[in-house]
Design a protein around this ligand. Structure first.
Ligand code: ZN
Length: 430
């Protein structure tokens, strides 16, 4: 489409209250003009582009804010298309599948092509271990960089390997649960009740996978994709009268074992701190997830005071930036206040998400309020290194490129939009 026609269409879109459409059209013009150093065109469209982006951001932040969502790339029920185009459409969303990032580039493409009023944060929810327990944190990336993608691919490989080793060992070793580490896990987990019912379900799984190679593959794949929920029900692992969170303790104990016992093969890969540092080195923001597996009625596998102690240590050593405070499927009403105070004391960003797998999470645990104050804090952290580079750059085209890099991370970054405009005016003055 000729530039003038595109520009007319974009301005009409802005007038009609379609800032995402206007942003797409103007961004296309800007990309071409920037590539050919055509400052006159850039200058002429910049005020409209800035306007479109600010309006698009305003509309997105007016929608649902959910900073924890899954797709069918791991154990979510919705494809990335269903999640973004049907379920959310408008809002600020973090996609963070378990140990995989297959939905992220599709998400970016969909937002662009369908003119969705969505800010999509790019994330991965990774599994790791500390003091024999299994944890998960979010790593949120500024962009889909090469470094982030290859780190995620390597993490995926390591996790697949841990699962293969566990499923093989479970099938082959009759004395697996007399291993000293299982005795230690049983003791660690005793706060949630005896581990016997968990081990009994493992016996049931072993009988099934040793008798049937399809079941073996099914069990392996469900571990690898974190999608254990369907086996828990369809294989009759869940039974009437089970103690609360038995399924959770079943999955978590396998993770606690595998990430610790296969160190010879896996090295320190899954250690909480070293894994978090790997993600920080590729520019990620780290949030410790759902620390709230406890409330008045139920205690999970970790006493909250112990977990709070570790969180304080990670925060002080710069391992984590944030803590997931609101997560309705698991939390009672008083849990968020406990962690919120800890965030406040430690200067951590308090995160909020439904841990969306089916889209029905709010039915189980009540409303997660929108927290519009959180996304700007995340943007500020993600964009800070790029802003620092841009501020140091003086040659006009290089500076323009550097501020455009900031806009790659935060398309409506107010300072970056204004600095670009300023630089474009210096071209006009020459
Ligand atoms: Zn999750």
């Amino acid at each position: 489409m000729a530039t003038i026609a595109k520009l007319d269409q974009a301005i009409a879109a802005l007038d009609q209250g379609k800032p995402a459409l206007a942003d797409r059209l103007l961004s296309d013009i800007a990309t071409t003009a920037f590539a050919s150093h055509d400052h006159a065109t850039l200058r002429s469209i910049w005020p409209s582009l800035a306007n479109a982006r600010v309006e698009r951001r305003a509309r997105a932040s007016d929608g649902r804010i959910d900073l924890h969502t899954h797709t069918t790339a791991s154990d979510g029920e919705m494809t990335v298309e269903q999640l973004l185009c049907n379920h959310f459409v408008r809002g600020q969303i973090l996609i963070d599948d378990h140990n995989i990032i297959d939905s992220l580039s599709a998400a970016r493409r969909l937002v662009h092509e369908r003119d969705l009023e969505l800010d999509v944060f790019l994330g991965i929810e990774v599994i790791c271990t500390h003091q024999r327990r299994a944890f998960e944190f979010h790593a949120i990336a500024p962009t889909l960089s090469k470094g982030f993608k290859s780190l995620c691919a390597e993490h995926r490989q390591q996790w697949d390997r841990a699962c293969e080793m566990f499923v093989e060992e479970l099938a082959q070793r009759d004395d697996l649960f007399s291993d000293p580490l299982w005795k230690q896990i049983a003791e660690d987990y005793s706060i949630g009740g005896p581990l016997d019912p968990v081990l009994e379900r493992y016996q049931q799984v072993r009988d099934r996978i040793t008798a049937d190679s399809i079941a073996y593959q099914d069990y392996l794949k469900s571990n690898q994709t974190f999608d254990m929920g369907h086996l828990w029900h369809s294989w009759g692992l869940a039974r009437e009268g089970d103690p609360p969170m038995l399924g959770h303790r079943f999955f978590a104990s396998m993770r606690s074992y595998s990430l610790n016992v296969y160190r010879e093969a896996l090295g320190d890969w899954f250690d909480y701190e070293s894994l978090a540092q790997r993600f920080r080195q590729v520019g990620c923001f780290i949030s410790h997830n759902h620390p709230n597996y406890w409330d008045e009625d139920f205690v999970g596998e970790i006493p909250h005071a112990l977990q709070a102690e570790w969180i304080q240590c990670w925060a002080r050593h710069g391992v984590i930036d944030a803590l997931e405070v609101w997560s309705p499927p698991f939390a009672s009403k008083r849990v968020p206040h406990y962690w919120e105070k800890i965030c406040h004391d430690l200067g951590l960003v308090p995160m909020a998400g439904t841990d969306c797998h089916s889209g029905r999470e709010q039915d189980f645990g009540g409303q997660v309020e929108n927290h519009p104050e959180i996304p700007p804090q995340i943007y500020a952290k993600l964009a800070a290194p790029a802003v620092a580079i841009a501020q140091r750059t003086t040659e006009p085209w290089a500076a323009l490129a550097a501020w455009r890099d900031v806009l790659e991370i935060d398309y409506a970054h107010t300072q970056a939009l204004a600095e670009c405009q300023k630089i474009l005016e210096t071209f006009a003055a020459k």
